[in-house]
Design a protein around this ligand. Structure first.
Ligand code: ATP
Ligand code: MG
Length: 182
């Protein structure tokens, strides 16, 4: 679509959730599309940390308008012990970064990758996510990914897509593949 539309740009809140593969991939594809339109993209990854996926390598090549920051502590093994304190602090820090970027107008699209999982694990309060959606600048696109999205977030979003697993190679023991998973 190259022709201008007569409708004023309207920032949307988009959610990719569900148990099937493709949530983060969908957000990255949308981010690439936005970047191509000259928009500034900021991707803050909750939970994920220190794992050099292909998208991080790509982001370095795409330059300052396509930024990915891994803000997490890595995989969560147990959801109900003190071991979550570090994860919680990291998630709170990521939330603050998101609010700051929105306040300062640092991006036209903000992707909060795996934030739904952060809420599910109790690292982030759902009210804080609703606050972010409510305080979003009108022109900014906000993308939230991760399994188990809270109903309240669904209620506040403009678009919600649920990826449903039909088949996944893990089920027959095929491990993660370069270019597909990382
Ligand atoms: P991707 O990052 O590939 O788009 P995703 O964001 O939909 O996947 P997550 O729930 O964030 O999925 O999980 C990330 C990792 O788990 C990926 O390596 C992905 O391939 C794998 N995965 C996703 N869905 C499934 C599934 N249904 N069964 C097994 N592994 C899965
Ligand atoms: Mg994901």
């Amino acid at each position: 679509m190259s022709e201008e539309t007569s409708v004023a740009a309207r920032g949307l809140t988009l959610v990719f959730t569900g148990n099937g593969k493709g949530k983060t991939t969908a957000a990255l594809g949308m981010a690439l599309r936005a970047w191509g339109q000259g928009m500034k993209v900021l991707i803050l990854q909750f939970i994920k940390g220190s794992w050099k996926c292909g998208e991080l390598i790509a982001a370095e090549k795409l330059g300052p308008n396509f930024v990915i920051r891994q803000m997490g502590e890595g995989f969560i093994r147990c959801s109900n012990d003190k071991g979550l304190d570090g994860h919680r602090a990291a998630a709170q820090n990521a939330l603050e970064e998101a609010k700051k970027a929105m306040r300062e107008g640092a991006a036209d699209m903000v992707v909060l990758d795996e934030i739904n999982c952060a809420v599910h694990y109790g690292l982030v309060d759902v009210e804080d996510v609703l606050d972010i959606i409510r305080s979003k600048p009108p022109g900014l696109h906000l993308v939230l990914t991760g399994r188990n999205v809270a109903n309240e977030v669904v209620g506040s979003a403009d678009l919600v897509t649920e990826m449903r697993e039909v088949k996944h190679p893990f089920a027959v023991g095929i491990p993660a593949q370069k270019g597909i998973e990382f």
